[in-house]
Design a protein around this ligand. Structure first.
Ligand code: PLP
Length: 469
């Protein structure tokens, strides 16, 4: 039997690079089979090197809110490339992108651009430790915040588990600084603070967890994190790397609090003489926007959509907290490619195109796929539950999860992974690319038009009938 082009390339890549991939989930380890090597992607479709075209529900793991290779974004990046690939010096576009973030999430009074979500969360934690002078970090089981040492600690059982290294190579002393709590468990959170409160620098949480499948926060859970951290002098870090600018212009925080972006007051050249007064005016404006909201975290992290498919991420918070970062303050952070001109161009173009019509379309598409999938599964008596957050959603198979729902990592681990594996391959054979893991969200885009949605429905019919047998 002759090999497909993807199989040949995978064999070659496995010699060249560990596991044949540059990020583990791409290797299809949890679903089995050979990953498709991609030749190109356009709109809602990806094409592999064998010429097979798939309707894509992975969306490059989040960034492709507008679909692949949006002509305006590509043109903007191409123009930027012609002006120079990297300067290592400030540009106007960096200020413009930071302002675009502040206008959407005013608690991010100031924004630092970095290149990956991992850098954003790693820096946010260093900043929280630098500001509070404390070492302990609290994270929740099943939340993913990138691959820096303190964030790989996994769930243990029980109420407040001291983190164990989630990866070889993480020194035990570093892992011991991370406390892992069960998600959506307010009692565990309060008990943890009652015991360790004076030593905790920050709680980091996904605004809505999307890396154990979608597991929305129980009503009031984010507010409880805010209250507890404030009461104990710790910071709240809300990680919107995945949800930011995707589930609403102001991310999941915007969905939960009802905040709608406003226009940031313009900075006039004549104002430049009064830099301090201007900063105060900016802060006043920002605080006026968020003052009455249900909860306001201290720090936000962003990634994925903000770079429109290019390596760009960010962290933002109050000017006081952000002022602890170098060069103003003692908390060091830097990056040769931070604020890269191609990445900022892609990010700005993407945010400009992410208008109300875009969010309305992705919400409607997601809703129609969820409804169709659930109805088809029910018609074939396949127990399941679908969790969603705005346009993000994921399906969990199995009787246990269908009965009691999924509100924590422990719940998510009770799903029928074998059934997802079979469903994934049946969908793929029918021309739809799903995330190659049952612990990931499904991503739709502005480019998923009616033809793409119809193709997904047809694939669902075929795949569900197949796995039901
Ligand atoms: N935070 C969250 C919520 C994420 O989903 C991810 C990546 O999926 C990260 C952080 C890390 O981002 P990156 O892969 O760009 O380092």
């Amino acid at each position: 039997m002759s090999l497909t082009a993807s199989q040949s390339l995978f064999a070659r890549s496995q010699l060249a690079t560990p596991g044949g991939v540059n990020s583990p989930v791409r290797a299809f380890g949890s679903v089995g089979g050979t990953p498709s090597f991609i030749a190109d992607a356009k709109g809602p479709y990806v094409r592999d090197v064998d010429g097979r075209i798939y309707v894509d529900l992975v969306g490059t793991w989040g960034p492709a809110l507008l679909g692949h290779a949006h002509p305006e974004v590509v043109a903007t990046v191409t123009e930027a490339a012609a002006r120079g690939l990297s300067f290592g010096a400030p540009t106007a576009a960096e200020a413009e992108l930071a302002e675009a973030v502040t206008a959407r999430v005013p608690a991010a009074e100031q924004v630092r651009l970095v290149s990956t979500g991992t850098e954003a969360t790693m820096t946010a934690i260093r900043l929280a430790r630098g500001v509070t002078g404390r070492d302990l970090l609290v994270k929740f089981a099943g939340c993913y915040h990138g691959h820096s040492d303190s964030l790989l600690a996994q769930a243990g059982s029980g109420v407040a588990t001291q983190g164990l290294p989630g990866s070889a190579g993480v020194p035990a002393d570093i892992a011991a600084l991370t406390i892992v709590l069960p998600y959506n468990d307010e009692d565990a959170l309060r008990e943890c603070f009652a015991e360790h409160g004076r030593d905790i620098a920050a709680v980091i949480t996904e605004a809505c967890p999307a890396n154990m499948g979608i597991v929305p926060p129980a009503p009031g859970f984010n507010r409880a994190i805010r209250e507890v951290t404030r009461d104990h002098g710790a910071l709240m870090i809300t990680d919107e790397v995945l949800t930011g600018f995707r589930v609403s212009p102001a991310g999941f925080w915007g969905l939960e609090t009802g905040w709608r972006p406003a226009r940031l007051p313009a900075v006039l050249p004549s104002d430049l003489v009064g830099a301090e007064a201007m900063l105060e005016a900016r802060q006043e404006w920002c605080r006026g926007q968020v003052g009455d909201l249900d909860y306001v975290p201290d720090l936000f992290t962003f990634g994925k959509v903000i770079g429109g498919g290019m390596p760009l991420a960010a962290l933002g918070g109050s000017a006081e907290i952000m002022g602890h970062l170098a060069p103003l303050g003692p908390v060091y952070q830097a990056g040769t490619l931070s604020g890269n001109p191609l990445a900022t161009a892609a990010g700005l173009a993407t945010l400009k195109l992410a208008d109300d019509a875009c969010y309305a379309r992705v919400d409607a598409v997601a809703q129609s796929i969820r409804t169709y999938l659930s109805a088809t599964l029910s018609a074939h008596d396949i127990p399941h539950v679908i969790n969603s957050a705005g346009s993000l959603f994921s399906v969990f198979f199995g009787e246990e999860v269908a009965e009691s729902g999924v509100s924590s990592y422990a719940d998510a681990q009770r799903q029928d992974e074998d059934l997802y594996r079979a469903f994934f391959h049946a969908m793929r054979d029918a021309g739809v690319a799903l995330p190659p893991s049952c612990y990931e969200a499904w991503f739709v885009s502005r480019a998923h038009d009616d033809d793409a949605v119809a193709a997904i429905f047809t694939a669902i019919d075929t795949a569900v009938a197949e796995v039901a047998q």
